[in-house]
Each structure stands twice: as structure tokens, then as C-alpha cells.
Design a protein around this ligand. Structure first.
Ligand SMILES: *Cc1c(COP(=O)(O)O)cnc(C)c1O
Length: 390
């Protein structure tokens, strides 16, 4: 590369917003209905259709964090309860448990998939355990048949953090349609589809759905006045609980309507980029991310490589070299057991989470998003090859 024509910075992640999304947002703005209205409702209907299961309730919310909070609230999780989740996740997965005054039991991951270790979950169950929050890390499904069987056997609730998992399958079934109590997707800017900020709470349990619907908007009960709808004036409403402000705006839903239509096309591009990385990096001293079992879909929200034991440079020096080459990278995640709040509250030590700790120390998240080209992949591979040769 000549110094006169430096390549543009290759961002770690970028949203893929098309003209249809833009036109739909403009239409929303012109319509005068900028908060929750017909487009948010249509987004929910379309999402249920995307999942292809008429038994599902889909509730649009303004973040996945909000959706996870609503799910735990609807399940009645509270003080004295424990909820088990993976240490190898974003803090949102666990913080919602603390919102409810319950306690978090973090467990280690499987060293190959970096997904929650179901055997470790079983060992962490106590008489106080009420629920499990699996995270489909990077877009690869957790061993849900084993986890759901364990939950059923021990009478535990399951709320899937599916922030990375659109579209991910388990035994041919899309995440969102499994037999868990609730599943929550994220439409944050860097996820596989985006509404800027947003999320979707999915459940087949009508009680969870109706409670979450009330708590999503200030504890205003529709059912309370639907019963008298003929007599009740339009300005009347009833508050049945101190609810939250978690509704999705129509401006955001306008983006979601078109992003969802493109979700399968997006997924195809991501699969192609992941395949290109696998081929381009095959001979380097790297542990490449686990693929989905044959016939299953991996959403490839993240492409996380780990330095192999024979690599002679440090993880940090590789990231620094990539940055010098104009390539953005990240680390997913600094595990929760190292974060001051979680570490100190539960007296956590790295030795309690050997697989997550080892993965964290060796891992680099490479750029992977639909606006990337195969040339971009080869540029990243070349820079990685240089860094690893140093
Ligand atoms: C992004 C993310 C969340 C939070 O999503 P928001 O929509 O930003 O609230 C939760 N869990 C995981 C694993 C995530 O990656």
C-alpha cells in the first residue's frame, strides 16, 4: 500500500441502513405519530411471522436490557432468589437480576463454544435458584436441549438472552421459538439488525406477555379498561403497578420493519464473511470460533479468534498492530468476574472461571458486518498475519 493512498479506517462494526429504512422513518416523521403506534405494532406482528410460530407473543421494547428486566419481573424474580448466568457476557445480562433485588450466580463457559457450561449450571443450583439466563454467545446456540431438560428437571425458569442470536437455530428451530419462558433480542446499533436502540421480548406464555405489556408502559392496564370499553371514555386509564418506560417508538420500529425483511440476506452475508475468515486464517496460530453443527444457523454477530498457545506475541500487541493498520477490533467480553461491581459483590476470582479467563486473555473480536467486503476480510487477515509474525 502506498503512503499516498492509505486505506480508509475499517470500523469494527457499522449498521447497514438502506433507503427503504430512511424512507420509512421519514414517513413516520411526516405522519405525526412518532412514539409507539401502528408501526411498532406492525413490527411485532412481522417479528412473530419471521419466527414463524403463531403461538408467540412479541413485545417491542426500547432495549434488550428492558426486555430482560420485564421478563424477570413477569416471572416474579425477587429478593432471596438466585439467577444463574454466564460470566462471559455483557453486564446487561446480569444487571437485570439485580434490578429485581435477586442475586446472580455466574458460571464458567464451555472452552470450545464459549457458551454457558450446562454442567456448571447444574453444580451452581441451590435451593434459592429460580431461573437461568443462557446467552447465545456470538450467535452460536447454547446447548438448549440439555439446558431446557435441566431446567425442567429442577423446576427452573429459562430466559434466553438472544441479543446475538438473530437468526440462530437449535435442531432446526429458530431461537425465539424454543421451549424457554421468554427470549429477548437486541436491536442495538451493532447487532445483526438494528433499530438504533430497541429489543423484542418473545414468549409463548400469555401471563408473561400480559404482565410485560402492562409493565412496559407505566403499569397502565389495557385489560382493566378493555372490560368496560363500551362505557369508558378515551381519556381514562388505570395504573395497576409502578411500571417502566420501555416502549419502542414508531421511529425506531420504522427501521426495524425493513431491517427484519433483510435479516436473512444479512445473515447470508455474515456466513460468507465468517467462511472467508476461516479460510484466510486457517494456517495462523489462532483458535478460530466454533461453527454451528451441520445444518444449523450461526448468526455470526461476532467473529472471535483466540491466540493459540504457540503464538509468540500478546493479544494486546495484535490489537495495537491492527489499529495501526487502520482496523478496529474489540474484546467480547471482559468477563463479569473481572468487573469491579460483580467481582467485589460476590468475591469472585479468575480461578473460579478458568475457561472464560483463558479465553478472555487470548481473544480478539474481528470486524464482521454486512457492509464489509471479502477484500476487507483479506486486509484483516494480512494485518493479523503480520502481527503474529512479529
Ligand atoms: C447488546 C447486548 C445486550 C443489551 O442489549 P441492549 O439492546 O443494548 O439493551 C444484552 N446482552 C448481550 C449479550 C448483548 O450483547
Amino acid at each position: 500500500m502506498s503512503a499516498a493512498t492509505p486505506l480508509p479506517f475499517l470500523h469494527f462494526a457499522l449498521p447497514d441502513i438502506g433507503e427503504e429504512e430512511i424512507a420509512e422513518v421519514v414517513d413516520t416523521l411526516r405522519s405525526g405519530w412518532v412514539t409507539t403506534g401502528p408501526k411498532a405494532r406492525r413490527f411485532e406482528t412481522d417479528f412473530a411471522q419471521f419466527l414463524g410460530d403463531s403461538g408467540l407473543h412479541c413485545l417491542a421494547v426500547n432495549s434488550a436490557t428492558a426486555g430482560l428486566h420485564l421478563a424477570l419481573e413477569a416471572l416474579g424474580i425477587g429478593p432471596g432468589d438466585e439467577v444463574i448466568t454466564t460470566t462471559h457476557t455483557f453486564t446487561a445480562t446480569a444487571e437485570v437480576v439485580r434490578y429485581m433485588g435477586a442475586d446472580v450466580r455466574l458460571v464458567d463457559v464451555d472452552p470450545v463454544t464459549l457458551n454457558i457450561d450446562v454442567a456448571a449450571v447444574e453444580q451452581a443450583i441451590t435451593p434459592r435458584t429460580r431461573a437461568i439466563i443462557p446467552v447465545h454467545y456470538a450467535g452460536l446456540a447454547v446447548d438448549m436441549p440439555a439446558l431446557l431438560a435441566l431446567a425442567r428437571r429442577r423446576g427452573l425458569k429459562v430466559v434466553e438472552d438472544a441479543a446475538h442470536a438473530l437468526p440462530t437455530t437449535v435442531q432446526g428451530q429458530l431461537v425465539g421459538t424454543l421451549d424457554s419462558d421468554a427470549t429477548v433480542f437486541s436491536f442495538y446499533a451493532n447487532k445483526t439488525m438494528t433499530t438504533g436502540e430497541g429489543g423484542m421480548l418473545v414468549t409463548r406464555n400469555a401471563d408473561i406477555a400480559s404482565r410485560a405489556k402492562v409493565m412496559r408502559l407505566h403499569g397502565i392496564s389495557r385489560d382493566a379498561f378493555d372490560r368496560f370499553s363500551a362505557k369508558v371514555p378515551s381519556w381514562y386509564y388505570e395504573i395497576v403497578a409502578p411500571g417502566f418506560k420501555y416502549n419502542l417508538t414508531d421511529i425506531a420500529a420504522a427501521l426495524g420493519l425493513h431491517q427484519l425483511r433483510r435479516a436473512h440476506a444479512f445473515a447470508k452475508i455474515r456466513v460468507g464473511l465468517a467462511q472467508a475468515y476461516r479460510e484466510a486464517l486457517a494456517d495462523l496460530p489462532l483458535i478460530l470460533p466454533a461453527d454451528a453443527p451441520a445444518g444449523e444457523s450461526h448468526a455470526w454477530h461476532l467473529y472471535v479468534v483466540r491466540l493459540a498457545p504457540q503464538a509468540t506475541c500478546s493479544r494486546d500487541s495484535v490489537i495495537e498492530h491492527l489499529y495501526q493498520e487502520g482496523i478496529g477490533c474489540s474484546v467480547h467480553y471482559v468477563p463479569l468476574h473481572l468487573q469491579p461491581y460483580w467481582r467485589d459483590r460476590y468475591a469472585l476470582k479468575p480461578t473460579m472461571f478458568p475457561h472464560s479467563q483463558a479465553a478472555y486473555e487470548a481473544m480478539i473480536s474481528l470486524p464482521l458486518y454486512t457492509r464489509m467486503t471479502l477484500d476487507d476480510v483479506h486486509r484483516v487477515a494480512k494485518a493479523l498475519r503480520q502481527a503474529l509474525a512479529r
